[in-house]
Design a protein around this ligand. Structure first.
Ligand SMILES: [Zn+2]
Length: 223
């Protein structure tokens, strides 16, 4: 069987791992580089536990400690045996039956579809984060402009009443948008303040007390 294997036909490591969806960092002098992406061996939340070697195609997972070459990579990814992995990689010279060829192609198409869907999902989420940040930023600017203007005209100006109203409503929106922005970034809501560290209960800061204290603060600056 081994005589049917030709490791010189293995795909170049860089293209192979990039094709698997990894973003490769610059390799060190021995060819090892960080590969950001989803390893085949375990579900990585950060996607930062994987390293590959661009010289010989080996890999090492710091998340679960597994390591191997491109053949074992395919074995783990597809849950297949050694010979099948060699056929998938195209290093088995004994030839493939039509059915094997079809199966390998179908698998490849399926993986490509999942990879693209994942890429699209990431792009969509990024776009969403940008959009929420833009909204939050716009509100903060509205707030700052109103605060600047209030300092300019002073608290006794007839214009000040409208400016206070703008400040108060901008703060409310700011609070909501900061919460929303944090959520789409996968962070905790900063307005959920733990009440007691020994319980999971939390308490929201009442909006009223917030605006009142901010009003007092800005009023102090205005004088
Ligand atoms: Zn792993």
């Amino acid at each position: 069987m081994m005589s049917h294997l030709d490791r010189s036909l293995l795909p170049p490591a860089k293209g192979f791992y990039e094709g698997e969806g990894f973003k490769l960092a610059r390799p060190n002098s021995t060819g090892w580089c960080h590969a950001v992406g989803q390893p085949p061996c375990h579900v990585s939340r950060s996607g930062k536990s994987f390293s590959t070697n661009l010289h010989h195609g080996g890999w090492h997972c710091f998340g679960c400690g597994q390591h191997g070459d491109q053949i074992t990579y395919i074995q783990i990814r597809d849950g297949c045996d050694f010979l099948t992995a060699c056929k998938v990689l195209g290093i088995y010279r004994g030839g493939l039956t039509d059915e094997e060829r079809r199966e390998i192609d179908a698998h490849a198409r399926e993986r490509e579809w999942f990879r693209r869907r994942e890429e699209q999902r990431e792009a969509d989420e990024r776009q969403k984060r940008i959009e929420f940040r833009r909204r939050l930023h716009r509100t903060v600017k509205t707030y700052l402009r109103a605060a600047d203007r209030l300092r300019e005209v002073g608290p006794d100006s007839p214009e000040s009443e409208d400016l206070w109203a703008t400040l108060a409503s901008a703060l409310e929106v700011w609070r909501i948008e900061e919460s929303e922005y944090s959520m789409v970034c996968g962070l905790d809501d900063p307005w959920e303040i733990p009440c007691d560290p020994h319980t999971s209960e939390s308490r929201r800061i009442p909006p009223q007390s917030l605006s009142t204290s901010m009003q007092a603060c800005v009023a102090g600056v205005g004088r």
